[in-house]
Write a protein that binds this ligand. Structure first.
Ligand code: 0RA
Length: 643
């Protein structure tokens, strides 16, 4: 966060009113309750520290004062963020008798920004202040180039470890912050993830065209450099890079009204999915908000208006719905404004009412003009939307037919399902098992009180390529939906879930991985609530049995297998590699994979929608090449797909 208090370097002192001091608090509070400031002390919180510093550098970018940001993960698990902004002010603050940088680093600014011209569009989400980073670091060193000089100061767990010193001269300006997160606070891990940092930095580079961002992992020798002069239009192209696009160049919608800057890029692809990313002042608004509402309203209206005017919709009272015009749409919406209000569960939903009408009118105007001027592109978009409308009609009819037959009602449980006797869903589990033979062993081995088994035969339908009516026409999927009880897509109801643990049990080979990916794609696309709610698990069957005489052990990876072989001795040891679940008898399957006391289950999480989206597209989408490349590159990881 910016300390907007003007620190006038030439006068070197400034009056600091008592009313300002009131909002300042010590850093002990932060060390005492870190989660209150950074949400969590898990890996996510750890990375939050980096983004806090980077956000300050981005504020310099927004103030037009910074072009380069470098992030270096050092070998000792510390991290260095360097920018060429104005540098944190170093002048003494009267009354406190400390240089401004020390105040910025050691005081918590409870009340948000202090205002001031230079810092008008700050993020506001991270915004807890760089002092929080300092408080939660074992040590932190700041180096500032400003006023022709270089200054340095070091801190330990938030306390200055010495005074600010002049250490040299420099013509340029900027700030370099190096810190080592405190393992006393971050008990889970203090190791930075290159991928996690890289992904957000890439996003920031898209959102701030023209700046250079470098991330360099000195420990793992990995480096990415980002510079996107094309801004969010390039972002949209990137999101669509594995897809067949309708028009080569994204449509760009730009405008400004009442100091709200609107920047939108959209491009359709041939899939059935909608992929919209919204940002306010570079913060990702995963819960959407008024900008998204305004955009959607304008998109639906301008496409309908155009289609009606050109007689592309014959039936006078038919119109394209929002879902129709967004099918296959990839869009990035970025707004920048002075006082964003965030609401919702994660405080990331934009609430400013005025933004809706601003985004709506700018989108309406620019999009209508675009459609008028580009009749071919317009026709493609409308044809696609009309197809969506027809498919929607067909799906509704199919759904009604299925409903009439009662096929999705759980009173009509499929015969293949071996249900459990427990009725309290929170205690129930369902195993989705690959193949009838493994299904048979699982049925015999299970605890029928709370474990249900549903064998699935062969490969289920690839839902990435199928429309809703086709999905409902697929028997395996229909049976699964019925067994789970939730309904799907728009009719999905989490509270109707009949088993709180949905466990995928497939063979530990490439086919098994493929089936698992197909199932995960289905859940990701059509029952996303289950993923978000953490109901999906992956069973981990052992890869080996190591046996000598009566002594039997199960190994879940190569290392474990080798360990057991060593322990038992090589004379007369038999190592059996399980090629499939079907090779285990009921008793073995229970002992190794299904007994809650001994089994290992992996919970499937949805940490990162963008990455998951990308992975699913690669694995499941239309284009063959990226899938091939992915499988070649990650042949081993595919087996351990963990999304
Ligand atoms: C306070 C005031 C100003 C800039 C900064 C802090 C600042 C903080 C960080 C943290 C990392 N990089 C940074 N760059 C700048 C305004 C400076 C001015 O008005 O000259």
């Amino acid at each position: 966060m910016k300390n907007g208090t003007e620190v006038n370097e030439t006068e070197s002192t400034l009056s600091y009113g008592a009313e300002d001091i009131q909002v300042l608090e010590g850093l002990e509070a932060v060390r005492m309750r870190p989660a209150m400031y950074i949400g969590t002390t898990s890996s996510r919180g750890l990375h939050h520290l980096v983004f806090e510093v980077v956000d300050n550098s981005i504020d310099e970018v927004l103030a037009g004062a910074c072009r380069n940001i470098d992030v270096e993960i050092n070998e000792n698990d510390s991290i260095t963020i360097t920018d060429d902004g104005r540098g944190i002010p170093v002048g003494k603050i009267a009354g406190l008798d400390k240089p401004a940088v020390e105040v910025v680093m050691t005081t918590l600014h409870a009340g948000g920004k202090f205002g001031g011209e230079g810092y008008k569009e700050t993020g506001g989400l991270h915004g807890v202040g760089i002092s929080v980073v300092n408080a939660l670091s074992e040590w932190l060193e700041v180096e500032i180039k400003r006023n022709g000089k270089i200054y340095r100061q070091k801190y330990e767990r938030g306390e200055p470890a010495g005074e600010l010193k002049e250490i040299g001269e420099s013509e340029s300006t900027g700030t370099k912050v190096t810190f080592k997160p405190d393992p006393q606070i971050f008990e889970e891990t203090t190791e930075f993830s290159f991928d996690l940092l890289s992904q957000r930095l890439r996003e920031l580079a898209f959102l701030n065209p023209g700046i250079n961002i470098i991330i360099n992992d000195l420990k793992h020798k990995k480096k990415h450099e980002f510079r996107y002069d094309g801004g969010i239009a390039q972002f949209v192209k990137h999101l669509n890079h594995n897809k067949d696009v309708l028009n080569d160049d994204p449509i760009e919608i730009k405008g400004e009204k009442d100091e709200v800057k609107v920047d939108i890029a959209i491009q359709y692809n041939s899939s059935y999915l909608e992929n919209i990313h919204v940002f306010t002042n570079n913060i990702n608004n995963i819960e959407g908000g008024t900008h998204l509402t305004g955009f959607k309203a304008a998109l639906t209206r301008s496409i309908n208006n155009y289609a009606k005017k050109r007689n592309l919709i014959k039936d006078a009272d038919q119109s394209l719905s929002g879902d129709d015009v967004r099918e296959g749409l990839t869009a990035v919406i970025s707004v920048k404004l002075q006082n964003p209000q965030f609401e919702g569960q994660t405080k990331t939903k934009l609430g400013n009412a005025e933004v809706k009408s601003i985004v709506e009118s700018i989108t309406d105007q620019k999009l209508s003009t675009f459609l008028e001027e580009n009749p071919t592109a317009a026709r493609n978009v409308i044809e696609k939307s009309l197809n969506a409308l027809r498919a929607r009609e067909a799906a509704r009819k199919a759904r009604e037919a299925v409903r009439r037959k009662g096929a999705l009602e759980s009173s009509n449980l499929p015969g293949k399902l071996a249900d459990c006797s427990e009725r309290d869903a929170s205690k129930c589990e369902i195993y989705l098992v690959e193949g009838d033979s493994a299904g048979g062993s699982a049925k015999m081995g299970r605890d029928r009180h709370f474990q249900a088994i549903l064998p699935l035969k062969g490969k289920i339908l690839n839902v990435e390529k199928a429309s809703s009516d086709k999905i409902l026409g697929n028997e395996e999927i229909r049976i699964m939906i019925t067994a789970l009880g939730t309904g799907f897509k728009d009719d999905f109801k989490l509270e109707k879930l009949r088993y709180h643990k949905v466990i995928l049990m497939t063979d530990a080979d490439v086919d098994g991985a493929h089936i698992r990916t197909l199932l995960l794609t289905f859940f990701f696309r059509r029952m996303n609530g289950l993923l978000q709610n953490g109901n999906i698990y992956i069973a981990q069957p052992p890869l080996f049995q190591v046996k000598k005489g009566k002594n039997e052990k199960y190994a879940y990876n190569d290392d474990e297998m080798e360990k057991y072989v060593k322990e038992m001795g090589t004379d007369g040891v038999v190592v059996q590699r399980y090629k499939g679940l079907g090779e285990m008898d009921a008793h073995q399957l229970w002992n190794t994979t299904m007994d809650p006391a001994t089994r290992v289950l992996r919970k499937v999480t949805m940490e990162d929608a963008v990455e998951a989206e990308d992975l699913f597209t690669k694995l499941m989408g239309d284009k063959v090449e990226p899938r091939k490349e992915f499988i070649q590159e990650y042949a081993r990881e595919v087996k351990n797909l963990d999304i």
